[in-house]
Design a protein around this ligand. Structure first.
Ligand SMILES: Nc1ncnc2c1ncn2[C@@H]1O[C@H](COP(=O)(O)OP(=O)(O)OP(=O)(O)O)[C@@H](O)[C@H]1O
Ligand SMILES: [Mg+2]
Length: 287
């Protein structure tokens, strides 16, 4: 007999023959940039012509509304109590981004029973055909809610920073996901707030080697996102950085990852003017 968690996974998987793709964003440690990344990734995917729905699955400490600078009227709690249906709780944000808000400070959302999780999945089944991609912003850490959302997704993005504790925690969550996932789902690492991209790739290789040794499986490298002070300004002033400053370091890096997720290959990085100028200067033979 299948338990309810398994049924829930089967139901999400059953959605796959359609165009709908589910991508979860998670992390071991909190505060590493999940919500900002989810929102900016959604914007980039939308710019590429995809219809995107964000589900705020950081159920009891919701943040998507804050990062989007919105005050939605209804949220998942209204769905779970039966006051509103799924279409009524989808909030259209600026730049046309659609999201399903969670509610902060409600304990009942923090530890959702399997029945409640099924209720959400059932409701999602009514609307998924309207979207190409659903991005799920989860809470940090290893809870049953989070693991279930990730294991049911086509792709899970584990976000980390180069901080040793964040790396250790993302290793822990990646290991759990690898040990439980089915073959069809993919797990990839994004290293956030980096100063040096090559350093990020080295961190990934180190983590992947240990994962291979202990689980016999590997995760992908989705990319790195540079530290960019413009991001906190965008949150403070309530705009989406990728929309307002598409050429900022942060926006370019998220766009790069969005392209990799959709196209499966890494777009070439164009060298910027200053790098090229310095390189040319060094190579110049004319005295
Ligand atoms: N690439 C970056 N450069 C600079 N600051 C960043 C970057 N990414 C995230 N931050 C900052 O880190 C802080 C936390 O970001 P965010 O809320 O997105 O993290 P989170 O992982 O969703 O946190 P939580 O676990 O609490 O949900 C924000 O203040 C944000 O501005
Ligand atoms: Mg968050």
């Amino acid at each position: 007999m299948k338990d309810q968690a398994e049924k829930l996974r089967d139901m999400v998987k059953a959605m796959r023959p359609f165009k709908f793709q589910v991508i979860s964003v998670t992390s071991g440690k909190g505060g590493v940039g999940k919500t900002s990344f989810t929102v900016n990734l959604a914007y980039q995917l939308q710019k590429m012509g995809k219809t995107v729905l964000i589900l705020d699955a950081d159920l009891a400490l919701a943040n998507v509304d804050i990062i989007l600078g919105e005050r939605p009227k209804y949220n998942l709690l209204h769905l779970l109590t039966g006051e509103k249906n799924i279409n009524e709780i989808i909030w259209e944000s600026k730049y046309g981004l659609k999201f399903i808000p969670a509610a902060s400070g409600f304990e009942e959302l923090a530890n959702l029973s399997k029945e409640k999780q099924l209720q959400i999945i059932n409701a999602l089944q009514e609307i998924y055909y309207k979207f190409d991609i659903m991005l799920i912003d989860t809470s940090a850490g290893i809870s049953a809610n989070v693991i279930n959302f990730c294991l049911s997704s086509d792709k899970t993005i584990v976000i980390t920073t180069s901080d040793p504790t964040a790396l250790a925690d993302s290793y822990a969550i990646a290991r759990i996901l690898l040990s439980n996932k089915d073959e069809a789902s993919e797990i990839g690492l994004v290293v956030n707030m980096v100063e040096d991209e090559q350093e990020a790739e080295k961190l990934y290789r180190g983590m992947n080697n240990i994962l291979r040794e202990f689980t016999g499986q590997t995760i992908k490298y989705y990319g790195a996102v540079r530290k960019d002070k413009k991001l906190s300004e965008s949150i403070k002033d309530r705009y989406i950085l990728s929309a307002v400053y598409p050429k900022s370091d942060y926006s370019r890096d998220v766009e790069h990852i969005a392209r990799y997720l959709v196209e499966g290959k890494r777009p070439e990085r164009k060298e910027n003017f200053w790098n090229k100028f310095l390189k040319n200067l060094k190579n110049l033979k004319v005295e």
